[in-house]
Design a protein around this ligand. Structure first.
Ligand SMILES: [Zn+2]
Length: 318
C-alpha cells in the first residue's frame, strides 16, 4: 500500500504579522519586506524534498506580491487564504469577518493562483479568544464565522486546535466534518502530541522547531497507521534565521524567535521522512455524488486513501 500522504501547510505572511495589537496594520507598509526571499527559500526546500503544500496567503501580502502568489501556484502548490489583515476572528463581527474573507479571496484569486478552497484564521483564532474560556481553554468555536465560511463556499478550515489556550483539547484530533444548519465544512486540525508529559502543538511554531523529529515522526506514524493524515504548519518567516526583531511578550517571543536557527535543516529532514501533499488532495471528491460518471468518482475515491476520515467521522457543534 502507498504511504499515507500527510498535509503540509504554510502561513504566507511577513515577519511582522505577529499580533495586530503589538504591530498595528497601519505601520506595515513602512516595515522591511522579507516575504519574497523567505518564500523562495522555502519553495526551493520543498522542491528538494518532493513535497507540495497548501499556502494560506494573507490577502495583504497577496495584494503586494502578486507574482509570488502566481509562482507558488505554478510550482504545483495550493493557494488558500489566511484572511486579509491578520485580525483575530473573535475580534470581528460576522459582517467584518465576511468582508475580510472576501477581500482576502479577491486578492489571492486575482493573482491567478486558482480558486480558494480553504481558510486558516490568524493565530488559530476560529477557536475563540485564547485563554478566554474555562481552565485556560479558548473561549470556544466562533460558530458565526463557520457559518460565513460555509455560506461563502469555503470547503475546508484548518484553524481549530485541539489543545488548551488556543483551542480545546476535547475537539477531534483527526480530520472531521462540522455540520451547521446552512451546510457543512471539513475541518483539518493541527497535529498535537505529548513531549515530557505536556501536550504541545507539534504542528507549528516553537514545538515544530524544537521537538526532535523522531518524536514528531512517531506521532505522525501513529496516525498514519490508522489511515489518518497528520497536518503541520510552517510560516514563511521561519526560514529567516535572523529576522528583524521587536520587543515582544514572552509567549510571542517564544513563538516567533525561539529555535529559528537550524530550522531549515530540521524541516528538510522531517519532510523527507514522510509523504506530504496539499490540503485540497484530502477532500472528499464532490464527484462522488455525480450521476454522470459514477465509475470515475469511485476510482478517484479509491485512489484517495486519506478521504476516509471525512466520510466516516463527523462532529456536530452547536
Ligand atoms: Zn498568521
Amino acid at each position: 500500500m502507498d504511504a499515507i500522504r500527510n498535509i503540509l501547510t504554510v502561513d504566507l505572511e511577513e515577519w511582522f504579522h505577529i499580533d495586530e495589537r503589538l504591530i498595528p496594520a497601519g505601520t506595515w507598509d513602512g516595515l522591511e519586506s522579507r516575504v519574497e526571499a523567505n518564500t523562495r527559500a522555502l519553495l526551493a526546500l520543498l522542491d528538494g524534498c518532493g513535497a507540495r503544500a497548501t499556502f494560506f496567503a494573507l490577502g495583504w501580502v497577496a495584494a503586494r506580491h502578486q507574482n509570488l502568489i502566481f509562482e507558488i501556484h505554478e510550482r504545483g502548490h495550493e493557494i488558500a487564504t489566511h484572511g486579509y489583515l491578520h485580525r483575530t476572528v473573535a475580534g470581528m463581527t460576522a459582517a467584518e469577518f465576511r468582508a475580510d474573507l472576501r477581500e482576502a479571496r479577491r486578492a489571492v484569486e486575482g493573482c491567478g493562483g486558482g480558486q480558494v478552497l480553504g481558510y486558516r484564521a490568524a493565530r488559530w483564532s476560529l477557536g475563540g479568544v485564547p485563554g478566554g474560556g474555562r481552565r485556560g481553554r479558548a473561549s470556544g468555536m466562533v460558530t458565526e464565522a463557520l457559518d460565513v465560511l460555509i455560506a461563502e463556499g469555503i470547503r475546508y478550515d484548518a484553524s481549530l486546535a485541539p489543545i488548551v489556550h488556543i483551542g480545546d483539547p476535547s475537539w477531534p484530533r483527526d480530520p472531521y466534518r462540522i455540520e451547521r444548519p446552512g451546510g457543512s465544512i471539513a475541518e483539518l486540525p493541527p497535529l498535537v502530541g505529548r513531549f515530557y508529559g505536556a501536550s504541545l502543538l507539534f504542528a507549528s511554531g516553537w514545538a515544530l522547531r524544537r521537538v526532535p523529529n523522531r518524536v514528531l515522526l512517531r506521532e505522525i506514524e501513529r496516525r498514519n497507521r490508522r489511515g489518518v493524515p497528520a497536518l503541520i504548519d510552517v510560516h514563511s518567516w521561519e526560514l529567516d534565521a535572523d529576522p528583524p526583531r521587536v520587543r515582544l511578550p514572552f509567549m510571542h517571543r517564544l513563538a516567533h524567535y525561539g529555535g529559528l536557527r537550524g530550522f531549515e535543516a530540521k524541516l528538510a529532514e522531517l519532510l523527507k521522512s514522510a509523504a506530504w501533499s496539499p490540503a485540497r488532495d484530502h477532500l472528499v471528491p464532490p464527484a462522488a455524488t455525480s450521476i454522470e460518471s459514477p465509475n470515475r468518482a469511485a476510482r478517484s475515491a479509491r485512489s484517495e486513501p486519506s478521504t476516509m476520515p471525512f466520510a466516516s467521522t463527523s462532529a456536530t457543534v452547536e
